[in-house]
Design a protein around this ligand. Sequence first.
Ligand code: FES
Length: 110
Amino acid sequence: MAEESFKAAMPVAELAPGRMRSCRIGEHEIVVCHTREGVFALDNVCTHAFARLSEGYFRGTRITCPLHGAVFDVRDGRVLGGPATTALPTHPTRIVDGVIEVALSSPDAS
Ligand code: FES
């Protein structure tokens, strides 16, 4: 049974509302998105081909891939627009002492 372990991603002061930022946690490339509904973390690599979502566009709760334009909901990773058909994995976040922490529930899973 995988246990969630939260790791520091970045100070919340460095991620203004409406902005996204990539970071690396262990072997994982993560994109952290600050929305009006809270802070969400997702895999940074698109599920369609290879592109970093942090190099795309982020507005509201939607993130758009820079390569072919797939759109994902950052709250749950679901696909809102193709060509991607697979949801983007999401990861729990929390803020402790002004630092955004992200939990990777199965860090060895690919
Ligand atoms: S790589 Fe993201 S939509 Fe194709």
